[in-house]
Write a protein that binds this ligand. Structure first.
Ligand code: GTP
Ligand code: MG
Length: 555
């Protein structure tokens, strides 16, 4: 277990670790001041990024002595933290206290030789640990505790949900089971850091950071890893260097547009990842999309990665969602609940196509929470009014300004329970006139649709764009039918666990397609769903013919 791991580590480090732990407890008043206030998005990102630089990834034998493993690695420096997980094999993530330990470990590491293959000697922070025959002492080798990297099976989740006290508890349970763990988040930052090592060979000043659901507080175990290659630092600060009478500028190759420059860079980066990145497979360049990207699988972490560059607005979206997710505990619970419901009822899909995306759904939940009386979260306009001097962001002419300090935002006075909110969310969108109205998070108001897309959710930053332009009429109808059907199931069914009924209730009932005795209503829903699935399949086949446009090309 984790406790055993911690004990092994403490045992090894002896008195030093105990003293360090005691010192940590006696934190200074400055520390407690920081811990009592909510950290900004940038602060969290910077901390995690720095932490990831001190981490290594190690393929391990399935059975080994954790104590000896830590003893060996401690020869290179103090270990801050470590954990094991299972992917294509057993892996350890080890965080050293000091980044210099990594160079020491690399110095002591040899290059694997194979009979039929030749290694490309690009040295990374990804190692393989093997046990020498003599050190294989069976008594000392145990199966390692693996930290979970995926969600529990739906059947287990349903059983758990049936044991909850009320729908609010159920929503919190869904969130607890699905949300990213601390270890999974660390692994996401480490993966970005490993990619940064590859890109850094060409662009040492660039940074590689996660965005999207890995960092916006709505990430689910198993979600993709959206990676942003930030080259802005590389371009340098021109004003700073223009001093005196002499001006020095770099000689550089030029491209006829920023888009073409991005495409060229991503093309080379994708080749490097493909050729030099251990465990990076299935590298695909999708450079003609609206936002050019490189897709690949990072096998050791199990992450499906989407790498983009110059996508700074998406980073602001991630920060905006992070702010909303950290303002009130009900926000994340409702988003996780709704997304789980939509995943189980096949409203959302992993395959790109005309379905409603998780991003759009999250926006719909946030809009709904802005419309409560009193509102549970502020509008983007209100967040802009709270912005301080450092919060001004104009990106490619788009106003992306909003407050970054969460502590400046007044908590809501709304005390509605999640039971009420889930039910009202389903009723609200079950009766929403999607044919006329669009959703606008900037104003928190419905507006007439500026064009005829079946679902129109205004992009909060690029305000003329619709983030759900890919969604077709069939999907909107399915969503509305399911929302009505599920609201009905919630209202008819049990409000809590009942000893005389084995029927799933609340969240469990709406996750299942046709479980409740609802006078045939769910059967109708199931029929609608079945025919919709066939149509979806056909739509998906057509849609996939145009893969170049598939990720962002729809808006
Ligand atoms: P999951 O990966 O489904 O868990 O959610 P996600 O929020 O990460 O969505 P996705 O991977 O599809 O996209 C990553 C990020 O890109 C999102 O969080 C948004 O910031 C941004 N994004 C995705 N789709 C759109 C879109 O249609 N329009 C805009 N403007 N941004 C988008
Ligand atoms: Mg994502």
């Amino acid at each position: 277990t984790g406790t055993a791991a911690a004990t092994a580590e403490t045992e090894h480090l002896g008195g030093e670790a105990v003293v360090a732990a005691a010192a940590e407890k006696l934190c200074t008043s400055a520390d407690s001041e920081v811990s009592s206030r909510k950290k900004t998005f940038s602060e969290v990102q910077a901390e995690r990024k720095e932490q990831a630089k001190r981490m290594v990834l190690i393929n391990c034998p399935v059975k080994m002595s954790e104590k000896k493993f830590l003893q060996y690695l401690s020869l290179h420096g103090k270990i801050e933290n470590h954990f094991f997980y299972e992917s294509f094999g057993t892996f350890a993530v080890v965080e050293f206290s000091n980044g210099d330990s990594i160079a020491s470990l690399q110095d002591a590491t040899s290059i694997q030789r194979f009979r039929d293959e030749y290694p490309i000697p690009f040295k990374t922070r990804h190692f393989t640990l093997t046990l020498k025959k003599l050190s294989r002492q069976p008594d000392d080798q145990r199966l390692l505790h693996h930290h979970k990297q995926s969600t529990i099976p739906t059947s287990d989740l349903l059983q758990k949900l049936c044991r909850a006290n009320n729908v609010s508890d159920q929503l919190n349970m869904v969130m607890d089971e699905c949300q990213l763990t601390e270890e999974n988040t660390k692994l996401r930052f480490l993966t970005c850091s490993l990619i940064q090592d590859i890109v850094g060979a060409y662009f040492p000043d660039s940074t590689v950071k996660p965005f999207g659901s890995s960092v916006n507080s709505f990430g689910r175990l198993g979600c993709d890893l959206d990676i942003f290659l930030d080259l802005d630092e590389t371009k340098g600060d021109n004003t700073r260097r223009k001093t005196g009478h002499i001006n020095m500028e770099y000689q550089m190759k030029r491209a006829s547009s920023e888009r073409i420059a991005t495409q060229k860079i991503l093309s080379v980066v994708s080749e490097c990842i493909d050729n030099f990145g251990p465990g990076c497979v299935g590298v695909q360049k999708i450079l003609n999309a609206r936002v050019p990207l490189v897709k690949f699988s990072h096998q050791p972490s199990g992450f499906q990665c989407d790498l983009t560059a110059n996508n700074r607005i998406a980073i602001r979206s991630s920060e905006l969602l992070y702010i909303y997710g950290n303002l009130d505990s009900r926000v994340r619970a409702l988003v996780f609940g709704v997304r789980c419901w939509d995943r189980e009822r096949k409203i959302t899909s992993r395959i790109p196509g005309p379905w409603i995306t998780n991003f759009s759904l999250t926006m719909m939940v946030l809009f709904f929470l802005q419309k409560r009386n009193p509102p549970i979260i502020p509008t983007l306009g209100q967040l802009k009014n709270l912005a301080g001097a450092g919060d001004n962001h104009i990106i490619d002419g788009h106003d992306c300004t909003f407050v970054s300090d969460l502590n400046k935002i007044k908590p809501t006075e709304n005390t509605e329970t999640l039971d009420v909110l889930l039910n009202d969310f389903l009723e609200y969108f079950g009766n929403f006139d999607f044919s006329k109205n669009s959703i606008n998070l900037r104003t928190g108001k419905m507006q007439n649709k500026p064009e005829s897309s079946p679902l129109f959710i205004q992009n909060p930053f690029e305000q003329t764009l619709n983030i759900s332009k890919n969604v077709d009429q069939t999907q909107v109808k399915r969503f509305v039918t399911l929302a009505r059907d599920s609201a009905w199931i919630l209202q008819q069914g049990e409000k809590g666990p009942s000893s005389h009924s084995s029927q799933p209730w609340g969240m469990a009932a709406i996750l299942l397609a046709a479980t409740t005795n609802d006078g045939g209503k769910s059967k109708t829903a199931a029929r609608v769903q079945k025919s919709a699935r066939i149509k979806n399949l056909l739509d998906s086949l057509t849609f996939n013919l145009n893969t170049q446009k598939r990720t962002f090309g729809t808006q």
